[in-house]
Write a protein that binds this ligand. Structure first.
Ligand code: FAD
Length: 346
């Protein structure tokens, strides 16, 4: 019997995780990645505690800094929550991708560089059309090609969000020993500033907010962060991402499944993309392994529900006049705040 061939479009963290799950399940994954780069992109790089067991299952232990919790800050008020149990980890995305690629190579997973531009499918398989490269034929396809996915667009699944709601993200690293073992989140005007320690000499700084956000200006608005970063040299190029939210109307059509950001992304406000993306990759491979791709949308809804509901709720509040009350109210209701963080982080 020939092994099931699964073509994975996008070799970001979620595509790589899907390939590793598929390989472990005895399938033959092939990764098609458009870019010949180190995999860097705008990301807060905080792996929540819930990611760690999944990484362990895949034999991964990326280098980084333990993250003990989250500290929300506004002016002189702050509310801290320590993760119960095992810590999360701040990991340079390039280090995570490098380790995942090495693991994929070790398992004999084929990786090719090509940009997928279209697809056709029938009851026996899927054909992927690639720019300046041969077509790829597979039993199933996983669209792991991120925000504003080509695969979702090809399937006619992308719905346009309202212009008013659009948010964007920026990220850059600075050479500076971390000053906190928690992720710090500052509410700075209409933007949020995230500080994540990623190794002993580097902190990642991410900003989320409306169109036109500026990293240097947002840092300048937060005196504590300006002081900590004073004189620190940039350790990476500035990168941007967005707009979000991005929505795909469903997560599966025939033999094609959408996984990770490609299946829909609410916002980075909760730093949950990778945890939820890896969980989707696991569910997608479980569905294919059972020969039942149609079971994936239900599985997808289950593993993404809390992320979607809580993240949407937080974005609504953060985009309303109540924004200024988030940190003060959370500091007066630490148990509720802690319960929300725990649900998102597990
Ligand atoms: C500012 C910001 C901060 C964030 N902070 C965090 C955080 O702290 N913690 C966390 O867990 N998540 C965070 N996220 C979310 C996280 O970055 C994403 O959820 C995660 O990167 C999704 O991974 P992915 O593999 O699905 O997509 P991506 O990482 O976007 O990878 C998609 C891959 O597909 C490739 N590709 C695209 N189109 C094609 C094509 N046509 N053909 C072939 N290949 C293609 C791309 O080159 C890319 O390599 C943040 C996001 C932003 C924007």
């Amino acid at each position: 019997m020939t092994s099931t061939r699964v073509a994975i479009v996008g070799g970001g963290p979620v595509g790589l995780a899907a390939a590793l799950f598929a390989s472990r399940a005895g399938m033959t994954p092939i990764i098609i990645e458009a870019k010949d780069t180190d995999g860097d992109k705008a990301c807060g790089e905080g792996l929540m505690p819930g990611v760690m067991p999944l990484l362990e299952t895949l034999g991964l232990d990326p280098p980084g800094r333990d993250l003990l919790g989250v500290s929300y800050r506004q002016g002189t008020t702050h509310v801290d929550h320590l993760f119960p149990g095992t810590p999360g980890r701040g990991v340079r995305r390039t280090a995570l991708v490098e380790q995942m690629r090495a693991q994929a190579d070790q398992r004999g997973v084929e990786r090719i560089q090509a940009r997928v531009t279209g697809l056709t499918q029938d009851s026996s398989g899927v054909r992927l059309h690639c720019a300046a490269s041969e077509d790829v034929q597979a039993d199933y396809v996983l669209g792991c090609d991120g925000l504003h996915s080509t695969i979702a667009r090809q399937l006619g699944l992308v719905s346009r969000p309202s212009r008013r709601a659009r948010r964007y993200g920026l990220r850059q690293h600075f050479q500076r020993a971390p000053w906190n073992s928690m992720i710090e989140v500052y509410y700075a005007g209409d933007a949020e500033l995230y500080i994540t320690p990623v190794d002993d000499e580097t902190v990642g700084v991410a900003v989320l907010g409306p169109k036109g956000i500026n990293l240097a200006e947002t840092i300048a608005r937060v005196p504590q962060v300006s002081a900590e970063l004073h004189g620190a040299l940039p350790a990476s190029t500035l990168r941007g991402a967005g707009p979000f939210p991005y929505r795909a109307r469903r997560a599966q059509v025939g033999r094609v499944l959408l996984v990770g950001d490609a299946a829909g992304y609410v916002d980075a406000i909760t730093g949950e993309g990778l945890r939820v993306g890896f969980a989707q990759a696991h569910e997608a491979i479980t569905a294919l392994h059972a020969g039942n791709p149609a079971s994936y949308p239900k599985r997808w809804r289950k593993v993404t529900r809390e992320f979607r509901v809580l993240t949407r709720g937080l974005v609504v509040v953060a985009s309303s006049p109540l924004r200024h009350a988030i940190v003060p109210v959370s500091s007066r209701t630490p148990r509720l705040f802690g319960a929300i963080i725990n649900r998102l982080a597990r």
